[in-house]
Design a protein around this ligand. Structure first.
Ligand SMILES: Nc1ncnc2c1ncn2[C@@H]1O[C@H](COP(=O)(O)OP(=O)(O)O)[C@@H](O)[C@H]1O
Ligand SMILES: [Mg+2]
Length: 289
């Protein structure tokens, strides 16, 4: 296996699920076999995102009620229809997804098991074994983990097994302060043990596309856009001074994605969208790390 990548954030709504799903398929397009795991156990979304009705969940694996191969779903067929003749020379990899159960009972069960030391340890042992299970069984190249925001048990565990952590933020005031604190207090420990950690700005406040057209003086969309980007870069710069982490990407808020009835794999539906462009740049960097 090449890498296990965790998408994390301080707050929700920073684009973890959107970006982890889109990045997963871009890696598949490059010929890699990818396993995407929904570890946002308190608010899972990948089941809805991929419109699936699984019989087995990652919860079953963790509680020993199913083997690992039963809780991963090969969804390569779901993305095959986007395989154009232009791509036909390239061999696509496979996309496997493991879902987290969103029923109230299962979430409570997972939370409850953490109150008992023995069951907590057993859950942790099973979770750590995922990397080994995948490396042997399916020749997986990348494991992508969509985590819970903040510093809850399952997000920390996800960060522990990751080789690369991408911490996404939106740049509103609560997000900035929380992210700074988390980066300085938690991430520094991961960096010490060799985990690579990067900041990923996404849906940054004020950095919108199409640009915000409100202008104090005369109207000039181009000048206004410049102004907004400069403003955003200023904030990014200030942020960098307080946090010892490199920035791996800066993705604007695209209205068409934000207000899409159901965003689904924009990188496949719209291969020439600037979002796709930026995510491809991100995948280039991920491959090089
Ligand atoms: N760059 C972006 N531009 C516009 N909308 C985005 C962008 N990234 C994510 N979104 C939208 O923001 C919302 C929250 O994203 P999501 O991936 O669910 O966040 P999280 O998993 O961190 O809670 C979704 O509606 C998603 O489509
Ligand atoms: Mg999510």
């Amino acid at each position: 296996m090449k890498k296990c990548i965790a998408f994390h954030s301080y707050k929700g709504g920073t684009g973890k699920s959107t970006i982890s799903s889109n990045i997963s398929v871009l890696l598949v397009k490059r010929g890699y076999n990818v396993l995407l795991i929904d570890m946002d156990v308190y608010a899972p979304t990948l089941q809805t995102y991929f419109n699936q009705n699984p019989n087995y969940w990652i919860n079953n694996y963790l509680f020993n009620t199913a083997d690992f191969e039963n809780v991963i779903y090969d969804l390569t067929h779901r993305i095959r229809k986007f395989h154009s003749t232009k791509d036909s020379q390239n061999q696509w990899g496979k996309l496997f997804v493991s879902f987290s159960n969103s029923s109230k009972e299962e979430i409570t069960k997972l939370d409850g098991a953490l109150r008992n030391q023995a069951s907590k340890l057993e859950l942790l042992r099973k979770f750590i074994l995922i990397k080994e299970e995948m490396a042997y069984q399916n020749s997986i190249d990348y494991i992508i983990i969509d985590t819970s925001p903040g510093i809850r048990y399952w997000s920390i565990n996800s960060l522990v097994i990751a080789d690369l952590i991408l911490l996404s933020l939106k740049m509103d005031s609560i997000d900035i302060e929380g992210t700074k604190k988390m980066a300085n207090e938690i991430y520094s420990a991961f960096t010490k043990i060799g985990t690579k950690c990067y900041l990923l700005f996404n849906r940054a406040a004020g950095y919108c596309y199409p640009p915000n057209l409100v202008q104090e003086t005369s109207y000039s969309p181009a000048a206004n856009y410049e102004l907004i980007i400069n403003e955003q870069l200023n904030i990014t710069d200030k942020f960098k001074r307080d946090v010892d982490m490199e920035i791996i990407g800066n993705i604007p808020c695209y209205c068409d994605i934000q207000f899409d009835n159901k965003e689904f794999l924009t990188v496949l539906k719209h291969p020439y969208h600037p979002f796709t462009h930026l995510l491809n740049d991100l995948v280039d960097k991920i491959e090089r790390i």
